[in-house]
Design a protein around this ligand. Structure first.
Ligand SMILES: CCCCCCCCCCCCCCCCCCCCCC(=O)SCCNC(=O)CCNC(=O)[C@H](O)C(C)(C)COP(=O)(O)OP(=O)(O)OC[C@H]1O[C@@H](n2cnc3c(N)ncnc32)[C@H](O)[C@@H]1OP(=O)(O)O
Ligand SMILES: NC(=O)C1=CN([C@@H]2O[C@H](COP(=O)(O)OP(=O)(O)OC[C@H]3O[C@@H](n4cnc5c(N)ncnc54)[C@H](OP(=O)(O)O)[C@@H]3O)[C@@H](O)[C@H]2O)C=CC1
Length: 515
């Protein structure tokens, strides 16, 4: 019997960010392994004309939850959607709902965040810092609370090369930042943002670091733990391999490469690609929830959920495996044949961006205009180039994350828990994982049918022929222009033609003699 699964039985669990990528996998695992849990409260905001209930039921009715329905047929009754906006005071939760949350919650998993790298500092502070502070305040009023688990990121201190499982102080106290956001106007915030974030690459990592300090400073007597995942990728094993549902991290770039838009990416092939599967993060999170509630460590423990120091894979290996998978499992209606490569310096990056990204987009838009359609490729390409510039920081460096606490936890689990809540990345086979990831992107993100693979392969063959034809025509035109303008080129051309003519005459004569 799994002790962790039994621990969550009968519990009331509050999850923020349950409609996000990680939140969904967390809920799925909780329901599947502890179907006898009492209730999961999810803080949800209405969106895109959908009510809360519709949003949550849409998630429960998705493929991700197919196995849950077998073990927990009444899953719809065990989930309680609470209307909340983490940007508002008291999260805009009604009095009755607040009372229910405060008096029943046993465990809090705080996953909600803005993960955009380019978010305005005010908004990033509001969600990643102020909301965390408010949630802690709520937690301090929960008499039955056993553990508060905060999801941060392994990159919250990415200005350091070696990162320990400790909370590092921030140059400016989070309280001062929160206060200043209240009275500074947007223009001034824009001006001071680069100075405030200092050597952090963006407002996301900066505010996640502030959030950790808030957790440490304002946790009071609560049992708190912080989990720091690296780049969260598709699921490895559970509930099935390759599940992914958003474009963050590598997923969007895998689509761009598979559809042939992405031709070159500025990355260091030998730098560690510190990916971590979503189900591994969730298994560690649930194990940490159990350990924190049962063992009540004296201080706030930080757990690194990374792969680099235990089972490293680099971007070079990852890129090659992604491309190899496209050969077997191509995406449908590609713009060009997938053929991306890594560049390592500014000059080649600019060159390939102009030649392989911008130029084909302009030509294609010209063709769309000629045929009376709306041009769209240049806009798409600009968006891709912007994304590339945002992720460059993370794919040209390597970090060392110590994992003492994570390894300590692994050894504290019973063999059964180690199996059911497996977060040992040493067992991960990267080539198999990446292949399943690409397949998952095709099936769950692009919603492409596997029956379309032969047609997709035919399409790629046509693209290859068009590519050869285009290159040949381009070469002939260039050569024709050169001959028209240069005596040297003309001489070379006459030499080649006369050489070919002589060779053919000789060949014909010798074959006549042999006959
Ligand atoms: C050999 C070569 C082989 C090559 C093979 C190549 C393959 C392998 C290469 C691998 C390299 C991997 C590198 C990863 C590094 C990650 C490091 C992470 C480290 C930190 C990890 C963390 O701790 S943190 C989590 C990560 N955090 C993000 O990773 C957010 C990033 N990202 C943004 O910060 C914004 O994205 C950014 C970019 C500002 C653009 O912003 P933007 O405004 O230009 O574009 P948007 O993304 O907003 O949206 C554009 C359109 O996509 C629609 N869309 C958006 N989301 C959607 C969704 N979920 N489902 C459906 N559709 C969605 C949207 O609705 C728009 O559609 P529409 O225009 O029609 O409305
Ligand atoms: N994905 C990754 O690579 C990594 C993620 N992390 C961390 O993991 C956690 C989860 O990330 P992930 O699942 O990928 O992120 P997502 O962007 O997929 O999910 C974010 C969640 O936060 C919710 N949220 C955002 N703003 C509000 C708001 N104002 N009120 C209520 N809810 C809100 C979203 O709700 P809605 O659906 O309404 O938008 C969504 O449920 C984050 O803390 C992130 O920092 C850490 C390392 C890597």
């Amino acid at each position: 019997m799994s002790m962790i699964a039994a621990f969550y039985g009968g519990k009331s669990i509050l999850i923020t960010g349950a409609t996000g990528f990680l939140g969904k996998v967390l809920m799925e695992k909780l329901f599947r392994t502890s179907p006898d849990l009492k209730v999961i409260y999810v803080l949800v905001r209405p969106k895109q004309g959908q009510t809360l209930q519709q949003r949550v039921f849409q998630i429960l009715d998705s493929k991700l939850f197919e196995k849950v329905k077998e073990v927990c047929p009444n899953v719809h009754e065990k989930i309680r959607a609470i209307s909340a906006d983490l940007n508002q005071n008291d999260f805009a939760i009604s009095k009755e709902d607040m009372q229910e949350l405060l008096s029943h919650t046993n465990i809090v998993f705080h996953c909600a965040a803005t993960v955009r790298f380019d978010d305005h500092l005010r908004h990033a502070v509001q969600l990643n810092v102020t909301a965390t502070q408010q949630l802690l305040l709520m937690a301090s009023q929960m008499p039955k609370l056993e553990a508060f688990i905060h999801i941060s990121t392994a990159f919250s201190n990415c200005n350091l090369k070696h990162i320990d499982e400790v909370v590092y102080p921030c140059p400016v106290e989070p309280k001062k930042i929160i206060d200043s956001m209240e009275w500074l106007d947007d223009a001034i915030i824009d001006e001071i943002t680069p100075k405030l974030i200092g050597d952090q690459p963006n407002t996301y990592t900066y505010t996640k670091a502030l959030g950790e300090v808030v957790v440490q400073q304002e946790g009071g007597n609560l049992n708190i733990a912080i989990i720091r995942p690296s780049i969260v990728g598709a699921t490895w094993q559970e509930p099935f391999p390759g599940w992914v549902d958003n474009l963050n991290g590598p997923s969007g770039l895998i689509i761009a490469a598979g559809k042939g838009f992405l031709r070159s990416i500025r990355a260091t092939p030998m730098a560690v690609a510190d990916l971590i599967p979503a189900d591994t993060v969730v298994n560690l999170t649930l194990a940490v929830g159990w350990y924190t509630a049962v063992h009540r460590p004296k201080s706030t423990l930080v757990y690194h959920c990374t792969s680099g120091n235990l089972n490293p894979c680099n971007w070079g290996k990852m890129g090659l495996q992604v491309l190899a998978t496209f050969e077997k499992i191509p995406f449908e209606r590609a713009f060009r044949r997938p053929n991306a490569d890594f560049t390592t310096n500014n000059i080649t990056t600019h060159y390939w961006n102009a030649v392989s990204h911008r130029a084909p987009a302009i030509i294609y838009d010209f063709y769309l205009r000629l045929t009376g359609r709306k041009p769209r490729m240049t806009k798409l390409m600009n968006r891709l180039l912007r994304t590339l510039s945002m992720v460059e920081y993370f794919i040209n460096r390597s970090w060392e994350w110590s994992t003492y606490n994570t390894e300590m936890l692994m050894s504290a689990l019973s063999p059964e828990d180690q199996r059911v809540f497996n977060f040992d990345v040493r067992q991960l086979n990267w080539l198999e994982y990446i292949e399943n990831y690409v397949l998952g992107v095709k099936k769950y993100l692009l919603k492409e049918d596997m029956a379309g693979i032969p047609e997709a392969k035919q399409h790629l063959k046509r693209l290859r022929n068009i590519h050869y034809l285009f290159n040949t025509a381009l070469f002939l035109i260039a050569w024709r222009l050169l001959i028209a303008r240069s005596q040297v080129a003309r001489n070379v051309w006459f030499f080649i033609v006369s050489f070919c003519y002589k060779f053919l005459s000789y060949f014909r004569a010798s074959s006549t003699l042999n006959a």
